[in-house]
Design a protein around this ligand. Structure first.
Ligand SMILES: O=C1O[C@H](COP(=O)(O)O)[C@@H](O)[C@H](O)[C@H]1O
Length: 230
């Protein structure tokens, strides 16, 4: 079962989560000389990434990457890379090494072939995987109903290409095995709908129906969840 951190507001949850991430990254740098974090996109992580950017870390020792990316140009409002550049990679944090998922390939399937070696070369396990969750129970870009989901749940590769059944843009995503090759998995949720999906995911059922279960219902990696009630 995940460890839960419950806060009245999203702002309080984000501040606490950013502090926890900064402490773990600092300890990782002290222990191994390098720290790694893969972050989610979408709307939820913005305040966490903005707060984390202010942490007094040796950013030159940090590798930042994404858990998933929409196959759009980094200038697009839908780009997860754009979110990370606008929020986290600011000021001293811009010294971190950022490993993007989007490359010049025409689609996410060709892009996956080009991106996989960069991801295979990362220093695994990652220190932190910061997940989000959609209202359909998807995490990273492991979408229920996607033709590529069975492969994403079983592949030993680090990355997978996927076409979401009901969301825009082809995606590149970490696979389940890559997400679980980590020292800490953190999940951020807020709002009535997501809290209900989270409760359903904990209650049981197939990972194919609610892919967030791949992180919540396993014993390999400690999972902590930051929940905003407001
Ligand atoms: O499309 C995506 O959705 C999920 C959830 O996003 P949110 O806007 O509801 O927070 C996100 O975790 C994922 O990284 C993103 O690409």
């Amino acid at each position: 079962m995940p460890t839960e951190h419950i806060f009245p507001t999203g702002a309080e949850a984000a501040a606490d989560l950013a502090g926890r991430i900064a402490r773990i990254l600092s300890d990782a740098i002290a222990a191994r000389g390098i720290a790694t974090i893969a972050v989610s996109g979408g709307r939820s992580p913005r305040p966490v990434l903005e707060a984390l950017a202010k942490a007094p870390l040796d950013w030159t020792k940090l590798i930042v990457t994404l858990v998933d990316e929409r196959w759009v140009e980094p200038s697009s409002a839908d780009s997860n890379e754009r979110l990370v550049r606008e929020t986290l990679l600011q000021g001293p944090a811009a010294e971190a090494r950022f490993v993007p998922m989007k490359n010049a390939a025409a689609d996410a399937y060709a892009g996956q072939v080009a991106a996989e070696p960069d991801f295979a070369a990362l220093p695994w396990p990652l220190d932190i995987v910061l997940l989000g969750m959609g209202d359909d129970g998807h995490t990273a870009s492991l979408f229920p109903g996607a033709a590529e989901l069975p492969n994403g749940l079983s592949s030993p590769a680090r990355t997978m290409a996927v076409t979401p059944p009901a969301a825009p843009h082809q995606r590149l995503s970490l696979t389940a095995s890559a997400i679980l090759d980590s020292r800490h998995i953190f999940l951020q949720i807020g709002g009535t709908e997501k809290r209900a999906v989270y409760a359903r995911a904990l209650a049981g059922g197939a990972v194919e129906e609610l892919p967030i279960r791949l992180a919540l219902c396993q014993d390999e990696v400690p999972v902590e969840v930051w929940i905003a009630e407001g």
